[in-house]
Write a protein that binds this ligand. Structure first.
Ligand code: 5RP
Length: 217
C-alpha cells in the first residue's frame, strides 16, 4: 500500500506544476493513473498529448482534452510532460518502458521543455540494471534478435506503431554505452534508456513526504 500511496503523492505534487494554458504530455502507467484525476480536478484549460491509447482513453474519460501527436500538422512542442519510470539512477539515467510505451514516451519527452518524472521511492536505484525495454521492427525480427543476442520477447500486443515489445536482458555497466549500442542496432525502433539531458525533475514520494531530488549529472 505504501508504494501505491507514494505513487499517488508524487503524481498529485507534479499535477501542481502544470499551469493554465499549457501544452502537456501525459505518460503511461500506474503512477500516471494517479496524475490524470489530479490534473482534471484542477480545472485548467489544457491541451494534452498522450503516450498510449490507455492514457488517452483515461484522460478523455476525465474530460481532459487530448490532441494528436501524429502527422506534420500536429503539436510539435510541449511545455511540460509528466511520466513514471521503472528505475531512476542518481545520475539522472532512467529505465522506462515497463508498460511497453517507451517509444512514444521518449518522442514526447524529447519534444518537451520540462520533463517531470514521478516515482515511488522504490524506483530509486544506485545503478540501473536489466531488463531494458525495447521496441523492435517486426520486419527482420529474427536478424535483429540475433544481433542483440540477449533479448526476450514479451507476450504482449504490438505497440500502436506495430513494433514488437521485448527486453534486453544482458548485463551492462554504463547506460550511455548500452544506449549507444541499442540506438545503432538496425531493427531497434527505440529502447527504454532515457538520458539525463531529457530529464528536468524527479518528484519522488517517501512515505508521506514528497521531494524533488537533485540529479548528479
Ligand atoms: C510505461 C512506462 C512507465 O512509466 C513505467 O513502466 C512506470 O510504470 P508504473 O508507474 O506503472 O510503475 O515507462 O512504458
Amino acid at each position: 500500500m505504501t508504494v501505491e500511496r507514494e505513487k499517488q503523492l508524487a503524481a498529485e505534487a507534479a499535477a501542481q506544476l502544470v499551469e493554465d494554458g499549457m501544452l502537456v504530455g501525459l505518460g503511461t502507467g500506474s503512477t500516471v493513473a494517479y496524475l490524470l484525476p489530479a490534473l482534471a480536478a484542477r480545472g485548467l484549460s489544457l491541451r494534452c498529448v498522450a503516450s498510449s491509447p490507455a492514457t488517452e482513453r483515461a484522460a478523455r474519460e476525465l474530460g481532459i482534452k487530448v490532441e494528436s501527436f501524429r502527422g506534420p500538422g500536429s503539436v510539435s512542442r510541449l511545455d511540460i510532460t509528466i511520466d513514471g519510470a521503472d528505475q531512476v539512477a542518481r545520475s539522472g539515467w532512467l529505465v522506462k518502458g515497463g508498460g511497453g510505451a517507451h517509444t512514444r514516451e521518449k518522442a514526447i519527452a524529447a519534444a518537451t521543455d520540462r520533463f517531470v518524472v514521478i516515482v515511488s521511492s522504490n524506483k530509486l536505484v544506485e545503478t540501473l540494471t536489466p531488463p531494458v525495454p525495447l521496441e523492435l521492427l517486426k520486419f527482420g525480427l529474427a536478424a535483429t534478435l540475433q544481433r542483440l543476442d540477449t533479448v526476450m520477447l514479451r507476450d504482449v500486443s504490438p505497440s500502436p506503431e506495430g513494433g514488437v515489445i521485448a527486453d534486453f536482458t544482458g548485463p551492462f555497466e554504463d547506460p550511455e554505452v548500452l544506449a549507444a549500442r541499442l540506438s545503432s542496432t538496425v531493427g531497434v525502433v527505440e529502447h527504454g534508456l532515457f538520458a539525463p539531458d531529457l530529464v528536468s525533475d524527479v518528484v519522488v514520494a517517501r512515505g508521506e513526504e514528497v521531494e524533488r531530488i537533485a540529479l548528479t549529472a
